[in-house]
Design a protein around this ligand. Structure first.
Ligand SMILES: Nc1nc2c(ncn2[C@@H]2O[C@H](COP(=O)(O)OP(=O)(O)OP(=O)(O)O)[C@@H](O)[C@H]2O)c(=O)[nH]1
Ligand SMILES: [Mg+2]
Length: 299
C-alpha cells in the first residue's frame, strides 16, 4: 500500500533537437532506453520512461525535438510532440542553456504557452556554462514569457541537480497510486530498443548526411537458444550510395556499428547476442505511409 500522500502522473519532455531530452531520460531510468547523439532529430517517436520514488511515480514521455516538418516522417514526429503535450499532467520545456535563444526556442515556448499546462523550465547542460550568473538573463526571459511553476538548472550528462528536479516535478503531480509496477522501466518493446541501439551507432559513426535517411527495423529476434539471442536488423537507406557509406570500405563501418550496438544490446538483455545487420535501399521511405508503419514510426 502506498501512502495517501503519494503522487503520480505523466510528464512530457519537450524541446529543440539536441537539448538533451533523451540523455535525461536515460539518466533517470538508469538504463539506456533512448538513442542519444549529437545529431538533431535523434528521437523519432514517444518513449516512456518510468521513475518510482518513495513519495511519487513520474512517467516521462520523451519526444522528438521540435523542428519544421518536411517529410511525412517529420510530420508524424511533430504530431507525437503535440499529442504528448496534450496528454500529460506537467510539461517540461528543456532548453540547452549553453546556446543563445533562437527562433526555434520561441517556437517551442509558444507550444507551451498554447497548452496552458503547468510547465517546468529545465535549463540543461550547465556543465558547459562556466559562470552560473550567465543563466540569470535566460531565466528572466522565460519567466516573463510564461508562468513556469519551477525553473531548474541541471546537467543531464553528469546528473547535477537531477534529484532536485525530481522533487520539484513530484510536487506538481496529482495525488494517486502508482500507474505502473515499481520495476517497470519503459514501454519500449525489446525489438524497438534493439533497433534504436543500432540506429544510435549509425548516427554516431556516420557524417551529417546519413542520420535523416536511415531507419532500423528488427526483423528477427530469436531466443530459442538459451545461451545466445539471434537478432537480425534491417537498416533502411534511400539510395545505394548511402548504402555504400554505411557499409564502408571492406565492410569496416558496418562492422563497427554492429560491434558497438551488440555491446549495448547485451547489456540490456543480460545475455550473449549474435547480431546481423542488412542494409536495404528503399527509395523515399520517409514519405511512405506503409514504410513508416512498418518501421514503427507512429504519431
Ligand atoms: N555537455 C553536456 N552535453 C549534454 C548534456 N545533455 C545532453 N548532452 C549531449 O547533447 C547531445 C544531444 O543529446 P540528446 O539526449 O540526444 O538530445 P535530444 O534532446 O534527445 O535530441 P533529439 O532526440 O534530436 O530531439 C548529445 O551529444 C548529448 O551527449 C549535458 O547536460 N551536458
Ligand atoms: Mg532525443
Amino acid at each position: 500500500m502506498t501512502s495517501e500522500n503519494f503522487r503520480s502522473g505523466y510528464v512530457a519532455l519537450i524541446g529543440r533537437p539536441n537539448a538533451g531530452k533523451s540523455t535525461l531520460l536515460n539518466y533517470l531510468v538508469g538504463e539506456k532506453i533512448a538513442a542519444v547523439s549529437n545529431k538533431p532529430q535523434t528521437t523519432r517517436h514517444k518513449i516512456k520512461g518510468i521513475v518510482t520514488l518513495d513519495d511519487g511515480q513520474i512517467v516521462f514521455i520523451d519526444t522528438p525535438g521540435v523542428h519544421k516538418p518536411g517529410y511525412l516522417l517529420n510530420r508524424r514526429m511533430m504530431s507525437a510532440v503535440h499529442d504528448a503535450i496534450l496528454s500529460v499532467d506537467v510539461v517540461i520545456l528543456m532548453r540547452d542553456a549553453s546556446v543563445s535563444t533562437g527562433n526555434g526556442d520561441k517556437f517551442v515556448l509558444n507550444l507551451i504557452k498554447q497548452s496552458e499546462k503547468p510547465a517546468i523550465l529545465v535549463l540543461n547542460k550547465i556543465d558547459k556554462v562556466k559562470n552560473k550568473k550567465e543563466l540569470l538573463p535566460l531565466m528572466e526571459f522565460y519567466a516573463k514569457e510564461y508562468n513556469f511553476v519551477e525553473i531548474v538548472p541541471i546537467s543531464a550528462l553528469n546528473g547535477e541537480a537531477i534529484d532536485n528536479l525530481l522533487q520539484q516535478i513530484v510536487k506538481h503531480l496529482p495525488k494517486g497510486e502508482p500507474l505502473f509496477a515499481e520495476d517497470e522501466m519503459t514501454d519500449q518493446p525489446l525489438r524497438t530498443l534493439v533497433a534504436e541501439m543500432v540506429r544510435e551507432k549509425i548516427l554516431q559513426t556516420t557524417g551529417d548526411e546519413i542520420p535523416y535517411v536511415t531507419a532500423v527495423v528488427t526483423e528477427k529476434f530469436d531466443e530459442s537458444d538459451p545461451t545466445v539471442t539471434k537478432i537480425h536488423c534491417a537498416v533502411y537507406v534511400e539510395r545505394s550510395s548511402q548504402k555504400g557509406i554505411i557499409i564502408g570500405k571492406g565492410g569496416i563501418k558496418l562492422k563497427k556499428i554492429g560491434t558497438e550496438a551488440r555491446y549495448d544490446i547485451e547489456k540490456i538483455l543480460g545475455k550473449k547476442v549474435f547480431l546481423q545487420l542488412f542494409v536495404k535501399v528503399v527509395e523515399d521511405w520517409r514519405n511512405r505511409e506503409r514504410d513508416l508503419d512498418e518501421i514503427g514510426i507512429m504519431e
